[in-house]
Design a protein around this ligand. Sequence first.
Ligand code: HEM
Ligand code: HEM
Length: 210
Amino acid sequence: MPIRNTDHAWGSINKAFHWILALLIIGMGFLGWYMTWLPNAPGKIKIYALHKSIGLTILALVLLRILWRQFDRRPSELPMPHWQAVAARGVHIALYGVMLLMPLSGWLFNSAGNFPLQWFGLFHVPSLTDGENPALKAIAGITHLILFWVLLVAFVLHAGGALKHHFIDRDSTLRRMLPWGTRAEKSSPPPAMTATHSTPNSSSPTEVKS
Ligand code: HEM
Ligand code: HEM
């Protein structure tokens, strides 16, 4: 598997960013809800601290991912109706936006509440505000919550779209993003349109090894 993206496949760095961040963010959605329902006890503070440390890790990974994206071209789009390509692009932009703003709003909420912040107990993370600011804390708290719902809707559209491509359109949109995905289709017409041009010994014109 190539490290960088090719014209037809996602590279291993992009796949690693995608799946590590997807797992962390899905886990954080559950952890966020779970922790706010916990009764006040010493253990609750530890779980909040874990939530914040993982959230800051997500922020750092997303910044690295966006930086890497500037140097690694995206594989070309597979054939699909124009509106679907536009919708998919819009959902990707929304996901990038939420991945950045969700941890930032959490950090701002924490800062405006004047709560201490450490990264896994290893070092102190600076505050984003000049001391306590109840009005800003309220805005950041609501923003964190609203962004979570935006994330949920974007995620359902995104994962639903990937499954539709896989099971209904039967193209390689999902396969070429899977960690173990080894084959990818070129952006070419469906097999039915090219079958008459292939010989019995030739490999499928729509597939290349990656
Ligand atoms: C992608 C990263 C993150 C996700 C998906 C996430 C998700 C959530 C969710 C679902 C909740 C419960 C709903 C709510 O009250 O808003 C929550 C609450 C909270 N999050 Fe995050 N969070 C993230 C990052 C962070 C970061 C980086 C911090 C702080 C540094 C943070 C601090 C908090 C706090 C303090 C609460 C409790 C809010 C309250 O008690 O009202 N979060 N988060
Ligand atoms: C089980 C859930 C998921 C599946 C099946 C999935 C599947 C995919 C697939 C197949 C692609 C490639 C799309 C293409 O070639 O145009 C992709 C890209 C992407 N995914 Fe996911 N994904 C999942 C979860 C997530 C989550 C949780 C996030 C972030 C919150 C996310 C963010 C993205 C982004 C931003 C891209 C665009 C990458 C780029 O263009 O740089 N995905 N995903």
